[in-house]
Design a binder for this molecule. Structure first.
Ligand code: NAG
Ligand code: NAG
Ligand code: NAG
Length: 194
């Protein structure tokens, strides 16, 4: 927990310093490609951190419905809509970043792959909880295929920015693949090659 908090603070510091650079482009006419690359990866991480935050508030509510035995179309649908909304917004934000300035730095691609794999794992775990209540959620199949579609869009957008990153993500999701299969996340599985 502490080290997570610490690395978040370290990241925030890094991100803020890059934001500072970005907000003062006139003062750094010779920033160099390295600075641009690192800033762009910070942008990607920032978009994904936003997604992680949103997912982190939505999924516990789904978990609570499952554990309380209250998962129905009426209770689950608004939360799944929030989830796909967050995924769609992420896809749009990623599309706003420029492909030309993305990094090929192995270390930072690993960080991004870890972040994405964590988000996919959290989503897969919580949604799998719903499968046990499928009888009381007739819309579940439709809702899940919507999540698959929107999640896949995020992955595709990420691969466009950081070619090869999905290979890294896939290696982290070998154990999660079975969950994705039980959710029938065919698009996501195909993009990950799982
Ligand atoms: C879940 O349903 C029970 C009764 O079935 C109710 O007491 C409880 O408040 C409900 N919880 C939520 C989160 O709606
Ligand atoms: C997410 O995007 C898909 C495809 O563009 C769309 O069909 C869906 O309605 C969107 N969902 C939300 C909640 O915005
Ligand atoms: C992306 O590129 C376009 C045109 O090449 C430019 O107008 C825009 O400011 C760039 N965006 C970022 C975030 O660098």
């Amino acid at each position: 927990m502490f080290s997570r908090a610490f690395s978040f603070i370290a990241f925030l510091t890094l991100f803020l310093s890059f934001s500072f650079v970005a907000s003062n482009p006139v003062t750094i006419p010779q920033a160099g490609s390295n600075a641009i690359k690192r800033q762009s990866n910070a942008d990607i991480e920032s978009v994904l951190n936003d997604l992680q935050d949103q997912v982190g508030t939505i999924l516990p509510q789904i978990d609570a419905l499952v554990s309380g035995g209250n998962a129905t179309d009426d209770t689950v649908t608004p939360l799944i809509t929030q989830l796909t909304d967050a995924l769609n917004a992420t896809t749009a934000s990623l599309a706003d970043l420029n492909t030309s300035s993305t990094s090929t730095k192995r270390q930072s691609n690993d960080d991004i792959a870890n972040l994405v794999a964590g988000i996919v794992t959290d989503i897969a775990n919580s949604l799998n909880g719903l499968l046990g209540s499928a009888d009381s959620i007739p819309a579940l199949g439709t809702l899940l295929s919507g999540v698959d579609f929107s999640l896949n869009q995020v992955l595709v957008g990420l691969e466009t920015l950081l070619a090869g990153v999905l290979n890294l993500v896939a290696t982290l999701l070998v154990d999660v693949a079975a969950l994705l299969r039980s959710l029938a996340f065919g698009l996501t599985l195909a993009s990950l090659g799982l």
